[in-house]
Design a protein around this ligand. Structure first.
Ligand SMILES: [Zn+2]
Length: 118
């Protein structure tokens, strides 16, 4: 039916490449004699709808995905052939001291808004 195609899914299957191999009771599905460990559903809600967490059920699934797909994704889609730079003003050393005689130096870094940022 055409109208069904317009209905947005309210979940994603977890994109973790190993999700269906992890031994947790909540992944067990199927009838007796033919049980399986199944990829988790990730419900889409207002906390994850605009984040990477709408695709992954856990941090380990995110890391599995990155481990398996990071190289192809970066090399093919988002290659970085040169370093990026943020223009800054000349760093300024600042001396600080307490009335108890303790002193230290910090280096103040500030973005130079007057120079072009790519
Ligand atoms: Zn998962």
């Amino acid at each position: 039916m055409e109208s069904e195609a317009l209905i947005m899914s309210d979940f994603n299957w977890c994109h973790g490449s190993e999700c269906h191999t992890k031994h947790t009771v909540d992944r067990v599905r199927g009838v007796k004699g033919s049980k399986v460990l199944r990829t988790r559903k990730v419900p889409i809600n207002r906390w994850n709808e605009n984040t990477v967490w709408r695709f992954f059920c856990s941090q380990s699934c995110l890391m599995d995905f990155i481990t398996h797909h990071c190289a192809e994704f970066i090399e093919e889609r988002y290659p970085r052939t040169e370093a990026l730079e943020t223009p800054i003003k000349d760093p300024e050393k600042r001396n600080h001291s307490t009335e108890y005689g303790y002193s230290w130096t910090t280096t103040h870094l500030e973005v130079d808004e007057t120079r072009q940022i790519d």
